[in-house]
Design a protein around this ligand. Structure first.
Ligand SMILES: Nc1ncnc2c1ncn2[C@@H]1O[C@H](COP(=O)(O)OP(=O)(O)O)[C@@H](O)[C@H]1O
Ligand SMILES: [Mg+2]
Length: 301
């Protein structure tokens, strides 16, 4: 596989560097640059997943939307370049996928890492800072939605803060990453796998197989819900707890001004949620306001 990737990059060999991060389904390595001017690259290698064999899930967006790489060329999306099928060492195992990505600058962190670090150091992140991160994420989502693509796994582990080296007007730049679950609006998914993350999943994504961009508005807002309204103890973080949560149609009650803006984004009917362009406007207006509720610290994740 390395030889194949190296050839396509016009190099003799491909040297993988340190592990930059790991998700549930993959490991991301830095690629050691072959010269000082080379742009920093990373290779995401998907772990073999027996349940995925033969389902359309494997035929992900990387192969079905020509020009997907160009769509990710956006300040609030992680840049994706190309995917490779890696033949398995023996015939019984399914082939794996590897994705060539732009490497984030040293020191970039996920929103999950930042919220946890800040909580430990007693300088908890505020609601205002979280809304800033989600505003940038919403801009990345708007780019996907304009191309009729739904992300379907918007969560703190897939949102990254681009390192300090790139501070914009005194604020951080955040972006949305990880396109394994991206699908076309209206597509009907087959197979048994409900992909996404139950804690942030919209009711329609949980019950239906039809792809809906408005599911992303729900998941984005659900991040706010958990951070503002309800902290779930580690022992309660079960599939059943989160599935029950989807049934209960929970909304924000403790922050009354924020609830007015945020709760419509958590409507059970996707058609009643504001489209992403409206979410962006509302987050921008919030950040310009001096609403006291924005200064409260987050409960945690
Ligand atoms: N382009 C990148 N540059 C640096 N680190 C990355 C990059 N992409 C992902 N990572 C790190 O790897 C982790 C897993 O990546 P992700 O795409 O979310 O994989 P998964 O599909 O397994 O969730 C991320 O949380 C992040 O820490
Ligand atoms: Mg991920």
């Amino acid at each position: 596989m390395r030889a194949q990737v190296a050839r396509e990059l016009g190099r003799n060999a491909l040297v993988l560097g340190s592990v930059l991060g790991q998700g549930g389904m993959s490991i991301v390595y830095g690629i050691v640059p072959h010269d000082d001017n080379a742009s920093p690259l990373a290779l995401k290698i998907e772990k073999a997943h027996p349940d995925k064999t033969g389902t359309p899930e494997l035929e992900s967006i990387y192969h079905t939307v020509p020009g997907f790489s160009a769509i990710t060329n956006h300040p609030h999306l992680g840049r994706y370049f190309h995917s490779y099928h890696i033949a398995a060492a023996n015939d019984e195992k399914p082939p794996q996928l590897a994705h060539l990505l732009q490497k984030m600058p040293e020191g970039s962190k996920t929103l999950t890492q930042l919220i946890v670090e800040r909580k430990k150091s007693n300088g908890r992140m505020t609601i205002r800072e979280l809304v800033q991160a989600l505003l940038h994420t919403a801009k990345g989502l708007a780019q996907l939605h304009q191309h009729n693509l739904a992300h379907r796994d918007v969560k703190p582990g897939n949102i990254m803060q681009v390192s300090m080296a790139e501070v914009e007007e005194g604020l951080f730049r955040w972006l949305l990453n990880d396109y394994d679950t991206v699908r076309k609006q209206g597509e009907v998914l087959e197979g048994n796998l409900v992909s996404g993350t139950i804690k942030y999943m919209s009711p329609e994504q949980f019950y239906n197989r039809s792809v809906e961009v408005q599911s992303d508005v729900y998941s984005l807002t659900k991040i706010l819900y958990w951070c503002i309204e309800e902290y779930v103890a580690a022992s309660d973080r079960t599939y059943e707890y989160f599935a029950g949560h989807i049934l209960d149609e929970k909304k924000i009650t403790t922050r009354r001004e924020l609830a007015k803006i945020i709760n419509p984004m958590l409507e059970t009917d996707p058609g009643e949620r504001p489209p992403i362009a409206r979410v962006i406007e509302q987050f921008e207006a919030l950040l310009k306001s001096d609403l006291q509720e924005l200064n409260a610290p987050l409960l945690g994740l």
